[in-house]
Ligand binder design. Structure first.
Ligand code: UDP
Length: 335
């Protein structure tokens, strides 16, 4: 198939590109390289089935729409991530995550593509009432990142409904794996902890570390996208998660530390607006797409550790730096 992966130089996108190339498809990566890295695709240097273009999808499509001609599958992953910058610069997030999505939908519609897969976020559930959380749970975005990813999803489903674009939206739960994001802003726990481990600094554990997340290994996420793109189902939303939960303390244990006991972790204040737990109800995707997670958390963390040098240049977050970086977060969400 001829495929487009927007955001293909990012963390999840680059793993999807690995899989599509391994399956002999042709891949065109469209990425603005704001957080994506060419390095994430260096393993494919010289592969003629991969083409990479620098494009800002939030801007007028006349410069890039021609790339969509004769494309079969579009995977739309390009987006700005992270909570704090979304609170500081909500319009940038609207531009990338909403305008970008509408533009890609229009380009896909005009080109008559065969399948459209949207990378949605479980952050739309906010702090849910029910665990595991199903696709029917109330939508409660807690910050602009979550809102803009959800608005993107609404556009995707609307283009499915009105224009009959064959779309599926997948709501990812805490994705981790090799090449986990390190965009420079304070955010996702894996990048933060791995850089701290390399620098022999204590892990900055939020609260008492007993909070839990549904950590989902990136190749399981990729498999879900492949199952979705090959199915004939359209206009549906699916949770993609491990369906299980792991505490931050368990993660710390699995990552290990070379520091003496008692100095391995530092506790930092609980962050406003974040759920105590995330857990996907994956009944629907198991039943309808026949997908299930394969990688156990212990094995996934071990794979990440094999690749730990990737985080050598990542910022090292200390409690003091985190306090400064999350000032707006506490200011606006803290009440
Ligand atoms: N977390 C932590 N220390 C950090 C960053 C995150 O203990 O320096 C915890 C955080 O409290 C949350 C989990 O790690 O329970 C995942 O956080 P992340 O920001 O990666 O994802 P999200 O909160 O959006 O699910």
């Amino acid at each position: 198939m001829k495929t487009i992966v927007t955001g293909g130089a990012g963390f999840i996108g680059s793993h999807l590109v690995d899989r599509l190339l391994a399956d002999n498809h042709q891949v065109l990566v469209l990425d603005n390289f704001s957080t994506g890295r060419l390095d994430n695709l260096k393993q494919h240097k010289g592969n003629k089935r991969l083409v990479i273009k620098k494009v800002d999808l939030g801007t007028n499509s006349s410069n890039w729409i021609h790339w969509f001609r004769k494309i079969d599958w579009v995977f739309h992953l390009a987006a700005l991530a992270d909570i704090v910058p979304s609170i500081v610069k909500p319009l940038d997030y609207h531009h990338s995550n909403v305008d970008g999505t509408v533009n890609v939908l229009e380009a896909s519609k005009k080109a008559g593509i065969k399948r459209f897969i949207y990378a949605a976020s479980s952050s739309c559930y906010g702090i849910p009432n029910v665990y595991p959380t199903s696709e029917r749970a109330e939508i409660r975005p807690q910050y602009p990142y979550a809102l803009t990813k959800y608005l993107g999803e609404q556009y995707v489903l609307h283009w499915g409904q009105i224009y009959k674009l064959p779309v599926i939206s997948l709501r990812f739960f805490n994705v981790y794996g090799p090449r986990s994001r390190t965009s420079g802003t304070y955010g996702a726990v894996f990048g933060t902890f791995l850089a701290q481990k390399l620098a022999r600094k204590p892990y900055t554990v939020v609260g008492n570390g007993k909070q839990t997340r549904d950590f989902t290994y990136v190749t399981d996420i990729v498999e879900a996208m492949i199952k979705a793109v090959k199915s004939i189902i359209t206009n549906e939303i699916f949770n993609v998660g491990s369906g299980r939960t792991y505490s931050i303390n368990e993660l710390v244990k699995l990552l290990g530390s070379s520091l003496p006991a008692g100095r391995q972790v530092i506790h930092i204040p609980k962050r406003p607006g974040e759920p105590y737990c995330t857990q996907a109800d994956i009944t629907k995707i198991k039943k309808v797409l026949g997908w299930k997670p394969k990688i156990k958390f212990e094995d996934g963390v071990a794979k990440v550790l094999e690749d730990i040098d990737y985080w050598r240049d990542a910022p090292i977050w200390t409690p003091k730096k985190i306090k400064v970086a999350t000032r707006e977060w506490f200011k606006y969400l803290g009440k």
